[in-house]
Design a protein around this ligand. Structure first.
Ligand SMILES: Cc1ncc(COP(=O)(O)O)c(C=O)c1O
Length: 394
């Protein structure tokens, strides 16, 4: 039995948009190796073990910077998750009376920090509805633009429907209009190639624990080589291991935004997750192909075999399928999938109420299947059988 099949057992895990499972064996090994063989705090002491921990963290920064088209590994700021990174970007750059443009497809990780700043009278927000699937255009950006618009802050790939925003066009528009472009890549990182330079993106927030196959508790903010970091305040100050004689926060990357001990075990695993993707044949092309194949197969068969099945996903939704089955509540479906068939999926609003309002599934939401490179057609077939049994009331 391979490590992967032992990890998975017979359980079917279709909740990879929440966090991916299983993780590649090299990721697990890296976490265990750090915990058992290295263990020390990087960037603090000068002893051998601390230096080894520092090398692990630097290698991870290097892997991630290369993966996202950024020259300096120091522009990779580690955090706990995509939410943490978005909070740093949003609260770090926005000031009194700034205006922000966002979209109707946002996760609460963007909408809630923006709303909080708006409710406190600090900023104003324009939420672009986009087309019927929530995809925004530069025409809409033109109409929303104000004299005080500072930033466009949007989700790259929807965690509800898998739609992908036209990032290159939006990046060009932001550059032309001198606006900061912040992209939430929680879902797209590890699926869609992202290059901050060629797409004119100032910052991306990523989750390490989803499509990059790292452990939970990992994520980061990547700042483009050309962004002037003096435009962004840190959210927290504290020990960095650098400039310890000073009582003020260092003003260089990544220390400026990375106070406190890092999640080195998680970062060690994340680094191997990125290497795992780099070693895939044709890299992200094969990841996309695998996910789209499972998604198309599932939607096509379910539409034929399951009465009342309705999919809300984009045709190239890269493995994210939101669906309902007429007459059944979404929680009944996911509960029975879990209890009776050992199939893990998610129901409800997926932390994205605006997106459900846009696609007409608010307030009940949808069932979401989200596939990873470890899922198989056989598992999709098993889930189709299970859904048919649930639908037919057996
Ligand atoms: C689009 C999007 N943004 C942000 C997040 C938040 O990610 P994290 O749980 O890593 O904070 C998610 C999580 O599902 C997401 O789908």
């Amino acid at each position: 039995m391979t490590k992967i099949s032992r990890l998975k057992n017979n359980t079917i895990y279709f909740d990879n948009s929440a966090t991916s499972f299983p993780k590649p064996p090299a990721v697990v090994d890296a976490v265990v190796d750090y915990m058992t063989l290295v263990g020390a705090n990087p960037g603090r002491s000068g002893h051998r073990m601390a230096c080894e921990a520092g090398k692990i963290v630097f290698q991870a920064r290097k892997n991630i910077a290369e993966f996202f088209g950024v020259k300096s590994p120091m522009n990779v700021i580690f955090s706990s998750n995509a939410t943490d990174s978005l909070n740093l970007a949003i609260k770090g750059i926005l000031c009194q009376d700034d205006h922000v443009i966002t979209s109707s497809m946002e996760h609460n990780s963007i909408i809630r920090p923006l709303k909080m700043l708006e409710d406190r009278g600090i900023i104003s927000i324009t939420v672009l509805p986009g087309d019927d699937s929530g995809i925004i255009s530069t025409g809409e950006l033109d109409s929303a633009k104000k004299n005080n618009t500072k930033a466009v802050i949007i989700n790259h790939m929807s965690n509800v429907t898998g739609i992908v925003q036209p990032v290159a066009e939006i990046g060009k528009w932001c550059k032309k209009n001198n606006m900061i472009f912040i992209l939430d890549c929680a879902q797209s990182a590890g699926i869609i190639p992202i290059d901050l330079k060629s797409d004119s993106i100032d910052m991306i927030a990523f989750a390490g624990h989803k499509g990059l196959y790292g452990p939970t508790g990992t994520g980061g903010l990547i700042i483009s080589d050309s962004f002037d970091v003096r435009k962004m305040n840190p959210l927290k100050e504290g020990g960095t291991g650098s400039m310890s004689d000073k009582t003020v926060q260092p003003n260089f990357l990544p220390d400026m935004y990375e106070s406190g001990t890092l999640n080195v075990a998680g970062i060690a695993g994340l680094s191997k997750g990125v290497e795992f993707l780099n070693n895939m044949p044709e890299k992200l092309k094969s990841v996309q192909l695998h996910k789209v194949t499972l998604q198309k197969y599932f939607i096509e068969k379910a539409s034929k075999r399951i009465d009342g099945f309705k999919s809300y996903s984009a045709s190239s939704g890269f493995g994210v399928v939101s669906f309902t089955i007429g007459g059944l509540s979404v929680s009944e479906i996911t509960q029975r999938l879990s209890d009776d068939f050992d199939i893990m999926s998610r129901q409800g609003l997926h932390c994205s109420p605006l997106a459900h309002q846009r696609i007409g599934t608010f307030p009940e939401g949808t069932v979401r299947f989200s596939f990873s490179v470890f899922n198989t057609i056989y598992e999709v077939e098993t889930a189709l059988e299970a859904l048919k049994i649930i639908r037919d009331g057996k």
